[in-house]
Design a binder for this molecule. Sequence first.
Ligand SMILES: Cc1cc2nc3c(=O)[nH]c(=O)nc-3n(C[C@H](O)[C@H](O)[C@H](O)COP(=O)(O)OP(=O)(O)OC[C@H]3O[C@@H](n4cnc5c(N)ncnc54)[C@H](O)[C@@H]3O)c2cc1C
Ligand SMILES: Cc1cc2nc3c(=O)[nH]c(=O)nc-3n(C[C@H](O)[C@H](O)[C@H](O)COP(=O)(O)O)c2cc1C
Length: 470
Amino acid sequence: MRAQDLVDALLVCGVYAAFCGWIAWSWRRQQQAAQQRALALLPAAPGQDFWWVCHASQTGQAEDIATQTAQLLHQAGVPVRLQSLGQLRAGDLQPGQRLLCVASTYGEGDPPDSAMPFVQRLMSDAALDLSQLHVGVLALGDRTYTQFCGFGRALASWLGERGAQPLFDPIEVDRNDAAALQQWRLQLARLAGTSDLPDWQAPAFERWQLQARRHLNPGSQGEPVHHLELRPAPGQALPNWQAGDLVQLEVPAAPGAPRDYSIASVPADGAVHLLVRRTRRSDGSPGLASGWLTQALEEGGGLNLRLRAHTGFRIGDNDARPLILIGNGTGLAGLRAHMRGRLAVAGHLADADRVPRPACVAPMWLLFGERQSHCDAYYREEIEAWARQGWLSQLDWVFSRDQAERRYVQHALMDAAGRLRVWVLGGAAIYVCGSLEGMAAEVDRTLGEILGEALLQQLLAEGRYRRDVY
Ligand SMILES: Cc1cc2nc3c(=O)[nH]c(=O)nc-3n(C[C@H](O)[C@H](O)[C@H](O)COP(=O)(O)OP(=O)(O)OC[C@H]3O[C@@H](n4cnc5c(N)ncnc54)[C@H](O)[C@@H]3O)c2cc1C
Ligand SMILES: Cc1cc2nc3c(=O)[nH]c(=O)nc-3n(C[C@H](O)[C@H](O)[C@H](O)COP(=O)(O)O)c2cc1C
């Protein structure tokens, strides 16, 4: 090697190391800012009494309401500590303390993933005595599910069985019902001994525009899937979000019932990308939101949208870990955001199809399931280019209808059980996005079989098993 080549190589390495250092520094700053916000709610003096405000949240609504609850109480002079219910230990609860819980329900009456450590550690402990504790429960749910507020109700009755004293009857919220939320606010005001708690600030919807739309699966046996690109209305700046976050859209045909979609892009893309499947209702008509988004809404047309932080599906402190990304159908949206997020942080969002993954960037493994390879491999070109350059060191397309017997992601996962164990023992985090019933439940069962339930629960508790499933 010529001396000049060596100097060039050292220079490139130096610049790269500085870049990696800068990324790590800005990440630490973000973490510190989040910590500062949390600290602002902490009791002033060590040993001072405080109230617990805990959330059990899957997609962030319960967490938002718990955060606002903590802020309102803090403003009223009540020292509070805000935390996920799943992180609460029996020893954290002191006699005489107050515990306010905001709890949503998932699956068919199930607890959100983040609450599982609490369910397994505390709710299974029949000897736990909470008779010195004063509690209030706000249960979030949706009456279209048979087990309305299933987990919130189970939590409230378990607290009662363990002797906890209710501060008021559990309050149940059907799809963000404003009257129920107002009742919660009034109870907080009463408990805090104040009459002037500020109003709830529901995050505002902003005006956005559909810039472009592309039909991704012509010829598919499934319903049409579209790639959408959305930008803020002219003159408005692109807001910030993180891979894993959601958008919530107002639907003209369904006022008061906004729909959630997983974001498939990162801010460096300059637009919110969505992957939307037109659903079909039982009478054969198109779904209200998905029909409008994929058909009736014209390119250039406006829509009302708000971004929703989905902390449970963000990268969090998995940013340096290998990622195992598992999904089906439109679930590719949330996984694509994570792939693009990793490329963006490495500074290679634009050229990852040509530039090999540097050794200091942890690899990714994508397992994605759809029906037929010739029409349902969304984003095939970019994904295969990333695989060629090693950003994805493993890529499994799993097509259920390319062969006689049906084959799904959980089957591919089971076939790769040895590799899965090696990745997880090597520190990998698992992200699952897509349908809850069709895919995520089977993937969860298969992961439990391969890794053992204890390890899977440990990964969940450590934030190394995250899901955006619907
Ligand atoms: C966290 C999350 C992420 C999601 N990500 C994606 C994604 O990336 N891509 C994707 O394609 N889909 C995604 N979805 C599903 C999406 O939110 C919609 O449910 C889906 O598009 C179907 O909505 P629709 O209005 O077209 O169907 P519809 O059948 O018209 O409505 C679906 C449901 O909305 C309710 N509903 C219907 N009509 C009304 C009404 N008039 N008033 C009140 N409620 C009503 C009912 O509960 C009904 O079952 C996600 C869902 C969640 C929860
Ligand atoms: C896949 C899925 C399953 C759900 N299952 C239930 C249920 O069984 N019972 C219920 O009352 N609500 C159910 N819900 C509604 C949520 O509990 C409700 O939307 C809640 O506000 C979500 O809060 P979170 O964002 O904090 O998780 C479900 C929602 C989704 C998307």
